[in-house]
Write a protein that binds this ligand. Structure first.
Ligand code: LLP
Length: 433
C-alpha cells in the first residue's frame, strides 16, 4: 500500500501512525469521525514556501496562507509563528484570525462581494491590504475609509485571461468570471484611473488567482508576464508605479496515486525567473511578490478518521461500506467528483483485495466519499482513514441532517491535542429560538 501522504507510516503494532501517534488510539480517545492534522507537515510546508522566496527572490515577498482552506484559531497561531501572512475572504475568517492574535497588517482581505459591515470591520482593525474586486466596492471602501479618516491600501483583483483548468492551459479572453476586473476590455485600466481620483484609497498593487489544484508551472509564468505587462502600462499611462504583485495560490497536491504535484519551491523559482526577464525587458523595478497557497499547505497534512458501520453487499452490483461521516464533513466528492485514497488504520499493509463504495450516513443517495476504494476486507468497527483531507473539508463542512461537525486533532511528537472540539447537539441548537 502506497500512502499519498508523506507523513504516514506503519508502527510496530502494525497500525497507521502520524505525528508519532497511533491513529487507532487517536480514534479511540477522540471518537470518530475526526479530522487529524500533522503539525510538523504544516510547518514544514510553510518553511518550504518561505525559503523559496528567500532563495529565489531575495526575500522581497510574502507568503500568505489562504485560510479558506482551513480556518481555526490553531492554524492562525501556526501561521503567525511561521512568519506567514494570511488571506481571509470573509468577516468570519478575519474575526477568527484576530481572535488568534494574528497581526492585522499581515492580513489580506479578499472577496467579490464584501459587505459594508465586513469592510468596516477590516478598516477598524487595520488589515494590511484589501483586495478590491470591482467599482462598487472601490467606492464603498473609499466612503467608509473617509468616514474614518483612514487611507485604505488596496490591490485590484485582475482577470489575467488564463485558464489553468484545461488539460493544457490556455490563454483566452476569460472575462466570464465573477471575480475581478478584465484586462482586455479596458476595465482594469479604467478602475485604476478612477481610483486615482479617490481621496482615501492608495493603490499599491494588483492581484490575480488563476485557479486551484494546478500541476503546471507555465500558467503561473504566463500570469506573471501578463500582470507585469499591465504594471508597465499603468506606469506609462498614469505614472503610477505599482509595487506589489500578488499571484494568488492554486498549487496542486496529491489526492490519489496518479496526481503528480510540482515541488512547492518550483513555483517561486519559475515565477522569479519570469519576473526578472520581464522587468528587464519592460524596465520595471522588481515588485514585491505575494503568493497565496492554501490547499498545498494543509491538505496533505490531514486525514479523516471514520468508523465502519454497515457493509451492504448487493450481489452483482456493488458493496456499500458505510461510515459514520459523509458529505457533511466532506462535500468534495458530491460537489466536484473528487477522488481519495482510503486505508484501514489497523490493517494498513494487508492486501487490498476487495473493492467497495465508501458511503456516508446522510440521507442522500449521492452521499458517497469514494466510488471505488480498494481495501482489505473490512468489518464493522474498523477504523478507516481517508487521506489528504486537510484542506477544504473542515472549512466546507455543514450540519446537514443536523450532524455535528467533527473535531480537529493536531498530532505532533507523539502527542494528540484537540484544536477544535467536536460540535454538540447543544451547539447546533445554539441559534434556534
Ligand atoms: N487566493 C485566492 C484569491 C483564492 O481564491 C484561492 C482559492 C486561493 C488563494 C488558494 O488556492 P489554493 O492554493 O488553496 O488552491 N473548494 C475548492 C477550492 C476552492 C479554491 C478557491 N480559491 C476545493 O475544495 O477544491
Amino acid at each position: 500500500m502506497q500512502f499519498v501522504m508523506d507523513c504516514l507510516r506503519v508502527n510496530d503494532s502494525g497500525n497507521l501512525e502520524m505525528g508519532g501517534c497511533d491513529l487507532a488510539k487517536v480514534a479511540a480517545e477522540f471518537s470518530t469521525p475526526a479530522y487529524v492534522m500533522d503539525e510538523t507537515t504544516i510547518r514544514e510546508n510553510c518553511r518550504v514556501y518561505r525559503r523559496s522566496v528567500e532563495e529565489f527572490y531575495g526575500g522581497n515577498g510574502l507568503v500568505l496562507y489562504a485560510s479558506k482552506a482551513l480556518s481555526c484559531k490553531a492554524i492562525y497561531r501556526i501561521m503567525k509563528e511561521e512568519g506567514l501572512g494570511v488571506d481571509v475572504v470573509s468577516g468570519g475568517e478575519l474575526y477568527t484570525a484576530l481572535q488568534a492574535d494574528f497581526p492585522a497588517e499581515k492580513i489580506y482581505f479578499h472577496g467579490n462581494n464584501k459587505t459594508e459591515e465586513e469592510l468596516i470591520f477590516a478598516l477598524d482593525n487595520g488589515v494590511g491590504r484589501i483586495v478590491v474586486d470591482n467599482r462598487h466596492e472601490l467606492e464603498l471602501l473609499n466612503r467608509l475609509a473617509k468616514e474614518r479618516d483612514k487611507t485604505a491600501k488596496i490591490l485590484f483583483r485582475i482577470k489575467p485571461g488564463i485558464d489553468a483548468h484545461t488539460h493544457s492551459f490556455i490563454q483566452t479572453g476569460q472575462i466570464d468570471s465573477k471575480f475581478g476586473v478584465a484586462l482586455e476590455t479596458g476595465e482594469a485600466e479604467e478602475i485604476i484611473r478612477h481610483a486615482l481620483t479617490l481621496s482615501n484609497i492608495s493603490v499599491v498593487g494588483i492581484h490575480c488567482h488563476i485557479g486551484s489544484q494546478i500541476f503546471e508551472l507555465d500558467p503561473f509564468r504566463m500570469a506573471a508576464k501578463v500582470m507585469l505587462g499591465f504594471m508597465a502600462k499603468v506606469r506609462d499611462t498614469y505614472g503610477l508605479s505599482l509595487g506589489e504583485l500578488n499571484l494568488g495560490g492554486g498549487f496542486g497536491i496529491k489526492y490519489v496515486e496518479e496526481d503528480m504535484p510540482v515541488d512547492y519551491e518550483k513555483y517561486m523559482e519559475a515565477v522569479s525567473q519570469t519576473v526578472s526577464e520581464e522587468c528587464t525587458r519592460l524596465n520595471l523595478e522588481k515588485p514585491f511578490i505575494v503568493m497565496e497557497p492554501g490547499r498545498s499547505i494543509v491538505a496533505s497534512a490531514g486525514l479523516t478518521l471514520y468508523t465502519v458501520g454497515c457493509i451492504k453487499e448487493i450481489p452483482d452490483v456493488r458493496t456499500y461500506l458505510s461510515v459514520d461521516g459523509g458529505m457533511a464533513d466532506n462535500p468534495r466528492h458530491i460537489m466536484y467528483g473528487s477522488e481519495y485514497e482510503a486505508v484501514l488504520v489497523e490493517k494498513p499493509l494487508a492486501p487490498a483485495d476487495t473493492t467497495v463504495t465508501v458511503a456516508g450516513r446522510c440521507c442522500e443517495s449521492g452521499d458517497i466519499l469514494i466510488q471505488s476504494a480498494h481495501l482489505p476486507k473490512a468489518e464493522p468497527g474498523d477504523i478507516l482513514a481517508i487521506q489528504a483531507t486537510g484542506a477544504y473539508h473542515y472549512s466546507m463542512a455543514s450540519n446537514y441532517n443536523r450532524i455535528p461537525r467533527p473535531p480537529i486533532i493536531m498530532v505532533k511528537d507523539g502527542k494528540a491535542t484537540l484544536a477544535v472540539r467536536r460540535e454538540t447537539y447543544e451547539d447546533i441548537l445554539g441559534c434556534d429560538l
